[in-house]
Design a protein around this ligand. Structure first.
Ligand code: GLC
Length: 547
């Protein structure tokens, strides 16, 4: 029987960055058994499911986003038997499990890339990737002028079997991540097999890495604006991303998911990491026969400003909800500066402004129509660790550019669970274990045991928000109605009588609804909405609509 209720349309999914969640073996790296041990904690928090960052065999040049074998578990994280235990435990608790699938590129250690290296120019094995001769008299110039996202050119030259410098291959990220050539039918067929492998093991769906990638312009021509590409690390090169052919892949993956749903009624979910310039282009990815969801990053990138938030929310509601899908709201993930720190800038350190805004933003997101994703540690209000010494940094962006700009280690520091000193319970039972990134002393304040014991913590705010969201029919999917509000304040109504308002300023404003809120991100006396605060009220529906 087909499920009537499309669970994913308003699901709240928690992103588990496996290597930093919980370490069960004492090697300082989180693992799948750690995730299983943490499931009751996540169930208590009230999320609907988890997305697991890549745990496949990988040389870890980009922490698992360089996959050497798509159908196994790296011994660093466990094995397939442990994976099965995790899926079973999650199913028992009613927690959905999404895997992270990486179809744009693999690892240079993937057997097919190794085969391509030894098979030589013109071979079928090379056709699965983008191999090309170089330019210039001796082929010593890359085939085109594209830049890699993580610094440097998007091409690397190989040494052929005769020991001479040979062809070049394309990699939009690091040289250890060669891009697949999706125009070769074997590539698509292989990914179908990979999807089925994990669907057969019981997963509920996939987060798709770089889902606006896969296809490049067929002729791989020079970019007209290499300067802009260099500035943006090629994230906008229209020849390298967002090619129309990619939509056929999502249609085919959707039909595989539907096939599994037709068998057992359990809906499988595809959520894409889709970075495209406009909400309108984004909407094309979530047409009813393509991806179920695509992360809407505009919310994450909006500055802390009422008008900016209103604009991105309105655009999303108009363009994405217009496809029949729901909007997938995102405020953070493993590639972004943590919310508390991002919203704190340029406020003076210790002002608490970043934390207050991050709490308000969380309530806002949970009140918006659609689905939401929460990155691990956000429920603790963890700040970005900004002072990691250079010698512990692992992000390939740092390795390849030598710059700390936009590096991602600071949001990936292992979670604190308990105690006063590192490893703060991250490593179960081995007090002397060293987490793979050093945890600052102040992580003690954020440990989960303290958060659970303190009703004013971020954790309780998230938990209360999630509980209300599950209980109130007005929340979850649906529409919103903007309400009249003073400058710097956003207010909207959901369904019959639920009002959410956020004061983006620092001075108090009058509340849009009289009476005590159901939930607020900070102290919120009746009739007042303090600065940097969000609140939810039940109302009698007498507020004025926005003009
Ligand atoms: C995505 C991932 C990021 C990774 C990159 C390359 O953007 O979120 O962590 O480095 O793809 O796979």
């Amino acid at each position: 029987m087909l499920s009537k209720y499309h669970w994913w349309r308003d699901a709240v999914i928690y992103q588990v960055y496996v290597r930093s969640f919980l370490d069960s073996t004492g090697d300082g790296v989180g693992d799948l058994a750690g995730v299983r041990a943490g499931l009751p904690y996540l169930k208590k928090l009230g999320v609907d499911g988890i997305w697991l960052s890549p745990f496949y065999p990988s040389p870890q040049h980009d922490h698992g986003y360089d996959v050497a074998d798509y159908c196994d578990v790296d011994p660093l994280f466990g094995d397939l038997a442990e994976f099965d235990l995790l899926v079973t435990a999650a199913r028992r608790l009613g927690v959905k499990v999404l895997l992270d699938i990486v179809p744009n590129h693999c690892s240079s250690e993937h057997p097919w890339f190794q085969e391509a290296l030894s098979a030589g120019p013109g071979s079928a094995a090379r056709a699965r990737f983008h191999f090309a001769d170089g330019r210039g008299a001796d082929g010593s110039e890359p085939p085109n002028n594209w830049h890699a996202m993580f610094g440097g050119p998007a091409w690397s030259r190989v040494t052929e079997a005769d020991g001479r410098p040979g062809q070049w291959y394309l990699h939009m990220f690091t040289p250890e991540q060669p891009d697949w050539n999706w125009r070769d039918p074997q590539v698509g067929a292989e990914f179908d097999r990979v999807l089925r492998f994990w669907l057969d093991r019981g997963v509920d769906g996939f987060r798709i890495d770089v889902a606006a990638g896969l296809f490049k312009h067929p002729e791989l021509p020079d970019s007209d604006d290499p300067e802009a590409d260099a500035r943006t690390r090629d994230s906008v090169n229209p020849l390298a991303w967002n090619q129309p052919e990619v939509h056929a892949v999502w249609r085919s993956w959707r039909s595989i998911c539907e096939e599994y749903t037709a068998r057992d009624g359990r809906e499988r979910l595809l959520v894409g990491e889709v970075s495209v310039p406009t909400a309108r282009e984004h909407a094309l990815y979530v047409r009813s026969d393509e991806l179920h969801q695509a992360f809407f990053f505009d919310l994450l990138s909006a500055p802390w400003d009422a008008d900016a938030f209103r604009k991105v929310v309105s655009e999303a509601m108009q363009d994405i909800a217009g496809t029949g899908s729901t909007v997938t709201w995102v405020l953070n993930n493993h590639d972004q500066v943590r919310t508390v720190t991002r919203y704190g800038e340029p406020a003076p350190e210790g002002s608490g402004l970043g934390a207050a805004r991050a709490r308000a933003a969380a309530l806002l997101m949970l009140a918006l129509p659609g689905a939401a994703y929460i990155y691990q540690g956000e429920e603790l209000g963890l700040p970005e660790v900004v002072d990691l010494p250079d010698d512990v940094l692992t992000d390939p962006i740092f390795r390849r550019t030598g710059s700390r700009a936009r590096i991602r280690d600071g949001c990936r520091v292992p979670l604190p669970w308990s105690g006063q000193a590192s490893p703060f319970g991250f490593t179960s039972g081995v007090e002397s274990a060293k987490p793979w990134l050093p945890q600052p002393e102040y992580f003690a304040e954020y440990a989960t045991d303290r958060a659970l014991a303190d009703t004013r913590s971020f954790w309780h705010l998230y938990r209360d928000g999630l509980q209300l969201r599950a209980a109130l029919p007005q929340l979850g999917e649906g529409t919103l109605r903007w309400l009249d509000s003073p400058p710097g304040v956003l207010a909207f109504a959901r369904g019959d009588g639920l009002v959410c308002a956020v004061n983006f300023g620092t001075a108090p404003s009058s509340a849009p609804v009289s009476g005590t809120p159901l939930l607020s991100s900070g102290p919120c006396p009746a009739g007042v909405l303090p600065g940097s605060t969000a609140a939810w009220w039940m109302s009698d529906g007498t507020e004025s609509p926005a003009p």
